[in-house]
Design a protein around this ligand. Structure first.
Ligand SMILES: Nc1ncnc2c1ncn2[C@@H]1O[C@H](COP(=O)(O)OP(=O)(O)OP(=O)(O)O)[C@@H](O)[C@H]1O
Ligand SMILES: [Mg+2]
Length: 529
């Protein structure tokens, strides 16, 4: 006896097989139109039934329809597919409302039976197994098999098995519906993005960028050339000069525009995070790596990766980046298998990378790989001619935000005179702030500008020479070394004043390293002023 019990019946083998097949099908097939014919056909087989079908509720939940039917007689199946049944009628209706599966051995003696279906199809239902399709949104339909072909009736075990199948089927329906929704919205977005992009390209090659002076025209020309090829670009420029705009402009104007533009700030992440962000990681590569993860290089496939503040990249990461540039492949953290990537690399820095190479902070070989096509974005003080157009662009933006209506000529001239150590971003902030002060319907006047900008001497710039020590007649002339020191101290003092005493920024403006500037500040006693 015991042996006989332990043996798996042939019928059970069929069911295990079906569960296995369904598992594979759920995993592999996401389209309902492929999945359900498979399920109903298999149900007919393993339950040894004449027919099997899926009944689903319509959107209003008033009717049930038969989207998927398997029946020995194709005519019956066709007629069923045309049929609509009130959702509160019949055995299916009772399963829908109770949420429990039902086994009926003799439908003729069951009051719930809805004979209209048989009348319409010419089929004679004798017995039924019916199980609910239960999802997070409630019961959305039923899975049923009818007319056991063999002598004996459907059993309770059969019903339990059908309920288990219906459970898995409902999850598949839910997933497929979600998938269809996402796919539809993705398609819609793709069409919209395509239309918008064509529109933008039509209007202007670099629509977000304003500037009509010779310095910016040169930048635009370089951007055009870079966009036309997959060449690796290095954008250099002070903070706020528009380096990121240049990078995205090149991407958007080139043949990769339909693929992603993914930016990463190399200064913002720790070394470990940066590596996993860029290259991805394997599940279990480190604590917290609970899943395989694609890095930016893989995610940007066909597109562009923008490495912002690349000068801040730790040296060990520089070696790994070099590998991507040389081999065109990445290795996920914790993995050994290299994966091919096709991405364009654009990087940006506000440091002088050549100096960093000399100071051994940046790998020389990587520098030459990154700086194949350098683009220098000039600081705003070297292209003051762009300030009126920038003002117009920014004030126009403010019209919709704060309701401010314009700017007076005097205020614009005052803006043109400022040194703008924070460049366009600072100008943008200044206009935003003064537009709020000017208020709805108002116009930006000098009084609305911040004290720093308002009080700056017109056209003040570090290029204006501070008073040199005089060589007075009759007296001993000041020794050159002393005169130079006095001049240098004044010059640095003035630059510090114009740059809000920000040492890094002042050093950049003066073309000195931070360390050198600090040394000179100490030497001239400028540190505590
Ligand atoms: N030519 C331009 N026309 C209009 N707006 C600009 C222009 N250049 C920059 N901007 C604006 O100035 C701000 C700073 O630009 P962006 O972030 O590209 O500068 P960045 O050089 O990357 O700065 P950082 O070095 O601080 O990262 C942004 O709001 C950008 O939209
Ligand atoms: Mg930036």
């Amino acid at each position: 006896m015991a042996d006989a019990k332990n043996q798996i019946e042939p019928a059970e083998t069929g069911r295990f097989r079906l569960l296995y097949d369904l598992g594979c099908a759920f995993a592999a097939r996401i389209e309902l139109d492929e999945l359900f014919p498979f399920i109903v056909n298999k149900c007919r087989e393993v339950f040894d039934a004449e027919g099997a079908s899926v009944l689903l509720l319509n959107d209003e939940e008033t009717e049930l329809f038969f989207p998927y039917v398997a029946d020995a007689d194709p005519g019956v199946a066709d007629r069923l597919r045309q049929l609509r049944v009130p959702s509160d009628k019949g055995i299916a209706g009772s399963v829908l409302s109770s949420g429990n599966g039902v086994r009926v051995d003799d439908v003729a003696s069951d009051s719930r039976f809805f004979a209209v279906v048989d009348e319409a199809t010419g089929f004679t239902t004798r017995n039924v197994l019916c199980a609910p399709l239960r999802t997070h949104q409630g019961v959305i339909g039923v899975l049923q098999v009818v007319n056991r072909r063999a002598e004996e009736q459907f059993s309770d075990d059969d019903l339990q098995f059908l309920e288990a199948l219906a459970g898995g089927t409902a999850v598949a329906i839910e997933n497929a519906r979600l998938y269809a929704k996402v796919k539809a919205s993705e398609e819609l977005l793709r069409v919209q993005v395509g239309a918008l992009r064509r529109d933008i390209v039509h209007r202007n090659r670099f629509p977000d960028m304003v500037g009509n002076g010779p310095a910016m025209n040169e930048v635009f020309q370089l951007m055009e050339s870079a966009a036309a090829s997959p060449i690796t670009v290095l954008i250099e420029g002070e903070t706020g000069t528009g380096k990121e705009l240049v990078a995205s402009g090149i991407h958007n104007a080139g043949p990769r525009a339909d693929a992603p533009f993914l930016a990463v700030n190399c200064a913002a992440l720790s070394e470990t995070l940066l590596e996993s962000e860029l290259f991805g990681h394997r599940r279990g590569a480190f604590t917290g790596a609970t899943q395989d993860h694609r890095g930016l290089f893989e995610a940007a496939q066909g597109g562009t990766v923008f490495l912002d503040e690349v000068g801040e990249m730790p040296t060990s990461m520089q070696a790994k980046l070099l590998r991507v540039l040389q081999e065109g492949e990445v290795i996920r953290v914790g993995d050994s298998e290299p994966r091919k990537v096709d991405v364009r690399i654009i990087s940006a820095t506000n440091r002088n990378l050549e100096e960093e190479v000399e100071a051994n902070n940046f790998r020389e070989d990587l520098f030459y790989r990154l700086a194949v096509f350098p683009i220098h974005v000039p600081p705003l003080r070297e292209r003051r001619e762009d300030i009126p157009a920038l003002c117009q662009h920014m004030v126009a933006k403010q019209r919709t935000v704060s309701g401010c209506n314009g700017i007076t000529d005097e205020a614009r001239e005052q803006l043109m005179g400022h040194a703008w150590p924070g460049n366009i971003r600072q100008l943008e902030n200044e206009i935003e702030r003064s537009a709020v002060l000017a208020g709805r319907g108002g116009v930006i006047e000098i009084a609305h500008l911040s004290a720093k900008v308002r009080n700056a001497a017109p056209a003040a710039s570090v290029t204006a020479t501070p008073a040199a020590p005089a060589i007075s007649d009759g007296e001993d002339p000041t020794p050159l070394r002393e005169a130079r020191a006095t001049f240098e101290a004044n010059f640095i003092r003035q630059a510090l004043g114009q740059n809000e005493r920000n040492v890094s920024r002042t050093a950049r403006v003066l073309g000195l390293s931070r360390v050198m500037l600090q040394k000179k500040m100490k030497e001239y006693g400028l540190r505590d002023e």
